[in-house]
Ligand binder design. Structure first.
Ligand code: NAP
Length: 264
């Protein structure tokens, strides 16, 4: 008798990932006897292992650091988001082909909970998450500029995705923090704002901080003190997972079950 259908999250390290805790209640809520596990894969083993998981009972895997670019390169077919962003966080096995998608982009827009068409958007950071957010906002009709502490990286990202590069941070309608600044909850809000060039600026209408913690992040506190609506990265993690869930199972994800599992 074949075992249960398998799902997992591949990374190195990956033991800290909350995805198994987030997927287990969602699979149960959908009445699916599937398993979602941690897949610790060292970089030198990732490609060979990821290629054969489909023949070993896996329907799909999430991919996290440092494998997102390698997952992009090994996929047989790519979604438009994955092709444009150059990174894959969701691999799906089926019909002899491996499909690669990037659900960070859609998960970000889902978590934003508003239509950014026509908004002046400033994305701070120029790493992997900034690429996904810039692409998502551009596709949704936002007027996007990028600023990064290392200007050359912002210039490269802006040129690649066809958006603007800000000479300095400005008071935008939407400000997105795609740096790791703010991971430390003990940092004062003003100090976190200064670290990403926001000292002295009016908070935006909406601040989206990709980091998250047990409580509001320092940047969320900075923005809320100025009257902004603030969203942190926890909801984005839930929403990118929900999109992967729907891709693999063909069923809607129970968001409340995923949120509860994530926070457990
Ligand atoms: P990354 O590729 O390593 O990029 C890091 C970015 O942060 C770079 O732009 C870097 O600037 C900047 N940075 C780092 N330390 C800084 C400092 N002290 N001051 C100013 N800028 C600094 O990382 P990533 O994968 O994009 O992830 C960024 C953050 O987003 C992480 O905290 C990650 O956990 C979070 N994230 C959350 C989600 C979610 O679903 N919520 C998804 C993806 C990522 P330089 O170029 O100048 O070094």
């Amino acid at each position: 008798m074949p075992g249960p259908t398998m799902l997992g999250v591949a990374g190195w390290p990956v033991g800290h990932s909350r995805s198994p805790r987030m997927f287990a209640p969602a699979l149960a809520a959908a009445g699916l006897d599937w398993r979602y596990v941690h897949l610790p894969l060292a970089p030198e083993r990732f490609v060979a292992t990821a290629r054969v998981l489909g023949a070993s009972g896996y329907r799909g895997i999430n991919v996290t650091l440092p494998h997102k670019e390698a997952a992009h390169d090994l996929a047989d077919e790519l979604s438009p988001a994955a092709a444009a962003i150059g990174a894959v966080n969701t691999l799906t096995y089926g019909d002899g082909a491996i499909h690669g998608d990037n659900t960070d982009a859609g998960g970000f827009l889902d978590a934003l909970g508003a239509d950014p068409a026509g908004w002046r958007c400033l994305v701070i950071g120029a790493g992997g998450s900034a690429r996904a957010v810039v692409w998502a906002l551009r596709e949704a009709g936002g007027e996007v500029a990028v600023w990064n502490r290392t200007a050359a990286r912002a210039a490269a990202l802006a040129a690649d995705l066809g958006v603007g590069q800000a000479a300095e941070p400005f008071a935008a309608d939407l400000l997105v923090n795609c740096t790791s600044v703010g991971l430390d909850q003990a940092v004062e809000p003003g100090e976190a704002a200064a670290a990403v060039g926001l000292a002295g600026l009016e908070p935006p209408a909406v601040l989206f901080d990709l980091t998250y913690g047990a409580g509001p992040t320092p940047l969320c506190r900075w923005a809320e003190a100025g009257g902004a609506r603030a969203v942190d990265g926890a909801e984005m993690l839930v929403r990118q997972g929900a999109r992967s869930f729907e891709r693999w199972t063909g069923r809607p994800a129970d968001l409340d079950a995923m949120r509860a599992g994530f926070r457990a």
